[in-house]
Design a protein around this ligand. Sequence first.
Ligand SMILES: [Zn+2]
Length: 163
Amino acid sequence: MSYRLVQGELSFKFAAAHFVLGDTGCERLHGHNYLVEVQIYGAQDETKNLVIDFLELKPFVRKFVEELDHKILLPTENPHLTITKKKNELFVNFIPKNKKYIFPESDVSLLAIKNTTVEEFARLLSSKLIPLFSKHPNIDAIEVGVFEYKGQGCWMKRTRDTI
Ligand SMILES: [Zn+2]
């Protein structure tokens, strides 16, 4: 038998500002009240009859959400964006348009992704959950959903074979 365990969006929300970058343009800075959901697929383990204990899963997701909550989210791997730190400020330049921002460093979360899309957020959180596969041989797949609001978002699924 296989089970699908859900750690849902009611528990995990974050409010953040971002802008999505293209080759020649970028969105205006704006915000969302993001929702995050995780689904774990697998059999019950033999000791506790669980797919995974909610108490073990929750801290992974909560840490991710807390790092992004009430922050300006910036991608560090986008070739069109430069981010330069001077004292406690970040000087940000969208190169194609020479569009510049200055943010207090404390208000920013720098993320090792290419763009601040829900696809990239889902991939980032999903990568943090990969250690669960080796710790729990009963887990077959992990699916992460990140939504800009209910009904608009992205699911990303990793199976044990495609880690
Ligand atoms: Zn947006």
